[in-house]
Design a protein around this ligand. Structure first.
Ligand code: BG6
Length: 606
């Protein structure tokens, strides 16, 4: 996924473009570039690497311009090279284009353009857009007509923008599946892949829908339908975030800031209990079969929810990774497809939900970004209100989603009389204690976890084990270690170990076991068995548990003891430990914590 920003109207917009793509870097940071209009001539500056370094190296802030677009890239088509960096210009340099998405029919279009004499300089799909604009402008002598013609022959997904020396004080942009929005200021207009592109300059946004294009100038903007070319009147969306919340606030990394924000974000999630969630619960009540979806971290959120619904509501709702949904699920009008998504823009989840809708299924989602594509697509949405999650690695958003899905399961169980109001209130009390307990763990245990992570940061093979509802906790904690520390970690059900993986146990394998509270007797004892199996083969075990000091002293190679909590919230406390362990391992290995290599915050392409 890439980041697009643009501005028209200010005296010098290069500072605005810089802030715009720097705020979007979490969407992709392989390379970046800007196209600035300078006295009817388009000036292009681009390079591989991050935004800060680019602006320093190319001295871009000193360039005077009133109209420009910028782009930060996460490579999909074409390697990370200067030639493949956006923006791209037409051969006569009258058009400069940036794009996020995949133009699926770019090869035949490129072959045809080459036959007509157009010269290509990149391996990307995007470059054809600039040549098509030039080609169609030659025949129509009208930028908007050329734009419409191009939009009607390209296939695939796009958020794209261009500037043209034929209309130097305008920005043109269009959207299909990849996110794009306008920022409406006085005497200045912006475009961005999300609010962060212009949040420092205006809180008035216009969110484009699929199949719409927009033309912006300093004093005006118009949104039109690509097919009908009719103007579309769009509402102004007021952005609730402020730029401060998207800053690090004194933390060394967004990831640590966002881990430490979890007491607050869980409190915010719990506020939803009073505001109802009833319409969401009705979706579950009215459906005969339910699928829980997500990808990456949110797939593990969905997996966690599977156990929660089974444990609390006595309902079995399968969890499916969104990318596998089409291959696995058979949905119809009796179905509900419910997803978790931080960004609300992930292609795989969006596609799965669109497919579900096409089959008549009900759809719902819990998302963190208001106005996002998934939020606008589903029948019912829960806005989790966790605030911007800037680190590419999801922490606070996922934990809040798990809390919200627990609330939904509790309300469903109450509605179906599977639990009494008394049991409901017991669960609610446990959840309400969670923020303070997490606060305590963060303050009292993070130093110990930091030391553990430093001590074992040279370990290259981790096995994360959990039984029952601790299995998705093991999976998500292992994913954290892979994502941010680039260290191999495999999450596995504890009971699975003896069926093969045990053969792998030796001095080079480090196991982390998420041990339930002893009150969770069956799960606790089963978990202890898999620790004994490892230790019997002199494997290393880091036990994260709730029993008092020294009870199983000889059993663990290392142990981290947590405060006693109800079994409902114990897995969530364990997840916080998994997050911190990955974070401190990454810092000791000097990784790029907030922007790990090869990743993007939300993958909006297939
Ligand atoms: C991945 C991100 O690309 O997408 C993960 O790196 C995230 O952090 C996953 O969990 C799903 O994204 P979203 O926005 O749908 O939750």
């Amino acid at each position: 996924m890439c980041g697009i920003s643009g501005a028209v109207g200010l005296k010098n917009i290069s500072q605005v473009l810089f802030e715009g793509i720097r705020n979007l870097e979490y969407r992709g940071y392989d390379s970046c570039g800007v196209a600035l209009m300078n006295k009817k001539r388009i000036v292009i500056k681009k390079d591989i690497g991050g935004v800060e370094e680019f602006y320093r190296k190319h001295n871009v802030l000193q360039m005077e311009s009133k109209t420009g677009i910028a782009h930060t890239r996460w490579a999909t088509h074409g390697k990370v090279t200067l030639e493949n960096t956006h923006p791209f210009t037409s051969n006569e340099k009258n058009f400069a284009v940036v794009h996020n998405g995949i133009i699926s029919n770019y090869r035949p279009l490129r072959d045809q353009l080459k036959k007509e004499g157009y010269k290509f300089f990149s391996e990307t799909d995007t470059e054809i857009l600039a040549h098509l604009l030039e080609k169609f402008y030659k025949s129509s002598r009208n930028v908007e007509k050329a734009f419409i013609k191009m939009l009607n022959i390209i296939e695939g997904t796009f958020a794209l923008a261009f500037i043209s020396s034929h209309l130097p004080d305008h920005i043109f942009c269009a959207k299909r599946e990849s996110p794009l929005m306008l920022g409406i200021g006085d005497e200045v207009k912006f475009i961005g892949s999300d609010f962060n592109a212009f949040i420092d300059h205006t809180k008035n946004a216009v969110i484009l829908d699929d199949g719409e294009y927009a033309i912006l100038s300093r004093d005006a903007y118009v949104v039109k339908n690509i097919l009908s070319k009719d103007e579309v009147i769009k509402p102004i969306t007021k952005i609730e975030w402020d730029s401060e919340t998207t800053k690090k606030g004194g933390y060394p990394h967004y990831m640590l800031k966002e881990i430490y924000e979890q007491p607050q974000t869980i409190s915010t999630a719990l506020d939803l209990e009073a505001s109802g969630l009833d319409d969401i619960v009705d979706l579950f009540v009215e459906s005969e079969n339910v699928y829980l979806l997500g990808v990456g971290t949110t797939f593990y959120v969905a997996k966690y929810a599977k156990y929660i619904f089974s444990k609390i509501a006595k309902e079995f709702f399968p969890s499916i990774s969104s990318d596998e949904f089409l291959a696995l699920a058979n949905v119809d009008k009796r179905s509900l497809v419910f997803s978790a998504s931080q960004s609300g823009e992930t292609y795989d989840t969006l596609s799965a939900l669109k497919h579900a809708k096409s089959k008549g299924a009900r759809t719902g989602a819990v998302v963190n970004v208001m106005g996002s594509s998934i939020a606008r697509l589903v029948d019912k949405v829960v806005l989790q209100g966790s605030g911007p999650e800037i680190c590419v690695i999801s922490t606070k958003a996922a934990l809040s989603q798990m809390v919200i899905l627990t609330l939904i399961a509790m309300k469903l169980a109450l509605k179906k009389k599977v639990i009494t109001r008394k049991v409901y209130n017991t669960h609610l009390r446990a959840l309400r204690e969670l923020p303070e307990i997490i606060e305590g763990v963060l303050n009292e245990r993070s130093g110990f976890i930091h030391r553990l992570a430093n001590k074992y940061s040279s370990s290259r093979n981790w096995l994360y084990l959990g039984r029952g509802i601790y299995y998705p906790i093991a999976l998500e904690s292992a994913l954290k270690m892979k994502e941010v520390a680039y260290v191999h970690a495999e999450g596995m059900p504890g009971g699975f170990l003896k069926h093969g993986t045990l053969a792998m146990i030796d001095d080079d394998i480090f196991s982390i076991v998420f041990v339930p509270p002893p009150e969770d007797k069956a799960l606790y004892e089963a978990t202890m068995h898999c620790i004994e199996e490892i230790r019997a083969r002199s494997g290393f075990v880091l036990g994260i548990h709730f029993t008092q000091q020294g009870k199983n002293q000889d059993l663990y190679s290392e142990e981290l003891i947590l405060p006693k909590v109800p079994s409902l919230t114990a897995p969530l406390i364990q997840l916080v430990i998994g997050q911190l362990f990955a974070y401190f391992t990454a810092t000791s290995l000097k990784r790029n914590v907030d922007k790990p290599r090869s990743l993007a915050k939300s993958v909006t392409v297939a």
